[in-house]
Design a binder for this molecule. Structure first.
Ligand SMILES: Nc1ncnc2c1ncn2[C@@H]1O[C@H](COP(=O)(O)OP(=O)(O)OP(=O)(O)O)[C@@H](O)[C@H]1O
Ligand SMILES: [Mg+2]
Length: 604
């Protein structure tokens, strides 16, 4: 047999082996499966060009077999874009909605089911498959690129330029095989969208929208909290400030304050939004982080920025104009009880920047984010003497060639997790799944949980939610106990996410979902009751807390660098939260007790 042919045969079997290793995830609805698409259509020269990412449109054979009609709904926030796209989705025989947040996917699946369009919900952590449903609402990462539908909606497409998650939007826009693909987003994304549609050979129709209700920037800043009125949403950029603002507002007794922030479970954010939106609940103002910027339909009269700076993981930076507008645009939603939206700041010195940001158009997006599929990485690793995932990722990123309209995704978080796990006996596929999981390497308890899940899995091939993590589920009396509950939620969420991808090993999903529900109830029970006041911590306690966090992050850092855990620090990290025995109180009783708290201030 010709050597070339032998080489090809070997490669072909290698591709098939990797494709098969990524079976469609059990429980996914027929419309949705995740990232196991075949990197098809490139046949014999796959090794030479494996890191050639210059033609991503050719990665999606199912979409290329049809001439799709792309409809772009372009406009500012609150201009009816999603609403219009949903009308087409509801009228279609089959369809899928892809959004950036679980909250949005939830909201849309609720909306469609309420309108008698049976719609499944598929996110990384939820599978609510409705019997016979021909519609699904999913997070964009879960979009299928091999199942054909009549209509697909990809919402918030300006996120195609997001350095970490943008590649999922690029994959959805290039690869969903929909007869009609509706995309909604900011007009700044239009020139780049035109380029993507030109690459795919589809047709493009552009619909432009105006804000449905005016958004007015006030002239003067609020100055102090005394100026806060019902319907206001105060926006801060740290969990601590959100709670401190809540505490300060409630200290007068006139206002009851809901909270929304990223670390809060999605269910609790919805519950807080409902408390805020419904009349006569008594909760008439909101203290929120930028998590309020997308996904929740809120009855906000005015947005008050307590700051126009945020910490982006490395340093403090001013909000971009797009971020200011995304958040300000939440005021005065069409259909809410307000005839317009208003926006201001707490401090007068921020007002000029606010006015400038609101007045300027968002800079046009130049490039879409791109990341290789699992198959490409797996074959590349195999072709290079079976490199482990972290090395393969680095080498691939260094060698990748892209066209001028794309940039390589920020793979740092995934690389850190891959490094942390590289000493474990994991197959490439399992190492990849653990490394793309929604564990934030900068989130010590969750990173520690991932490490223990993966260690359990590598040594025993099985991970029960009770075995791998032990935490105390009890009503939170202090802010740090509330933070522990929020961490427990994220760890349960991570376990459930893994259980959908490694079902035979993570067998405690039902138990984890029950505990996640309990933790959510305990968090929601604590929020209105907890007197959180960062000043309550003495300077010594605050210093101690900061030292602990420093110790912990140093331990995690050591781990990333492959050195041994510092046993003392590991005990410090794991002992306070995870290694105490579960409460003797049986869970249902604890849940009833929490429910009793819930009833005390439940909605009328
Ligand atoms: N034609 C309409 N009839 C009734 N309600 C509408 C209509 N258009 C929009 N709405 C409602 O107005 C609100 C804002 O609309 P929508 O969410 O579609 O705006 P958007 O442009 O997608 O906003 P964002 O950019 O913030 O996502 C929603 O509650 C939506 O249901
Ligand atoms: Mg929208």
């Amino acid at each position: 047999m010709l050597p070339r042919l032998a080489e090809l045969r070997r490669l072909q079997s290698c591709v098939l082996r990797h494709v098969r290793s990524f079976a469609v995830f059990p429980g996914a609805s027929p419309l949705v499966e995740e990232a196991e698409e075949v990197n098809g259509g490139r046949g014999e020269d796959i090794t030479d060009h494996l890191t050639d990412l210059t033609t991503p449109a050719s990665w999606y054979p199912a979409a290329r077999m049809m001439r799709r009609k792309v409809v772009a709904h372009m406009g500012p926030t609150n201009s009816g874009k999603t609403h219009a796209a949903l009308q087409a989705l509801k009228a279609a025989e089959t369809g899928v909605y892809c959004g950036p947040l679980r909250l949005l996917a939830w909201e849309i699946s609720e909306k469609l089911n309420a309108d008698d369009v049976s719609c499944s919900l598929i996110t990384g952590q939820e599978r609510r498959v409705m019997e016979g449903a021909k519609h699904a609402a999913c997070t964009v990462e879960m979009a299928s690129v091999s199942r054909q539908v009549d209509v697909a909606v990809v919402d918030e497409i300006q996120m195609v330029a997001d350095p970490s998650r943008g590649h999922s939007f690029t994959r959805a826009i290039l690869g969903i095989p929909a007869r009609t693909l509706h995309v909604c987003g900011d007009p700044a994304a239009l020139p780049l969208l035109r380029q993507l549609v030109q690459d795919t050979g589809d047709t493009l129709e552009v619909l432009e929208y105006e804000r449905l209700l005016p958004l007015k920037a006030e002239k003067a800043a609020l100055g102090t909290l005394e100026g806060v009125r019902k319907g206001d949403c105060l926006v801060a950029f740290s969990r601590r400030e959100v709670h401190t603002t809540k505490r300060a507002l409630e200290s007068w007794g006139a206002l009851k304050c809901c909270v929304v922030y990223g670390a809060l479970p999605a269910e609790s954010r919805t519950q807080q939004a409902t408390l805020f939106n419904k009349p006569r609940t008594g909760f008439n103002v909101m203290s929120a982080s930028d998590a309020v910027g997308m996904g929740l339909n809120l009855n906000i009269r005015r947005i008050v920025f307590t700051s126009l700076e945020k910490f982006d993981g490395a340093s403090y930076r001013p909000l971009t104009a797009a971020e200011v507008k995304q958040i300000a645009g939440r005021a005065g939603r069409f259909g809410s009880s307000h005839s317009s939206g208003r926006v201001t700041c707490m401090h007068q010195e921020d007002m000029p920047y606010l006015h400038t940001a609101l007045a300027c158009a968002n800079p046009e997006l130049q490039q879409a984010c791109l990341f290789p599929s699992y198959q490409q990485l797996a074959i590349f690793a195999e072709q290079h003497n079976h490199l482990d995932l972290s090395d393969a990722l680095e080498l691939f990123a260094n060698r990748a060639t892209l066209s001028q309209h794309f940039f390589f995704s920020n793979y740092e978080p995934m690389h850190k997790l891959a490094l942390m796990l590289r000493h474990l006996a994991l197959s490439l596929r399992d190492h990849y799944i653990f490394s793309i999981s929604p564990a934030d390497p900068e989130d010590p308890p969750v990173a520690a949980a991932l490490l223990s899940f993966a260690s359990c899995y590598a040594s025993r091939g099985h991970v029960s939610v009770i075995e791998a993590q032990r935490w105390q589920l009890k009503p939170a009396r202090t802010e740090s106990e509330l933070e522990q509950l929020e961490a427990a939620y994220r760890i349960l969420d991570l376990y459930i996410w893994l259980s959908f991808r490694m079902e035979a090993a993570f067998t405690g999903r039902a138990e984890a979902e029950k505990q996640r529900k309990l933790v959510t109830a305990l968090i929601e029970e604590a929020l209105p009751r907890l007197a959180i006041n960062s000043k309550a911590l003495t300077a010594r306690q605050r210093r101690q807390e900061r030292m602990e966090l420093l110790d912990v992050s140093r331990a995690i850092e050591d781990h990333f660098n492959g050195s041994q855990w510092d046993r003392r620090i590991q005990q410090k990290l794991l002992a306070p939260v995870y290694q105490k025995p579960l409460p003797t109180v049986p869970i249902p009783k604890l849940l009833r007790r929490s429910r009793k708290h819930l009833r005390d201030w439940e909605l009328e």
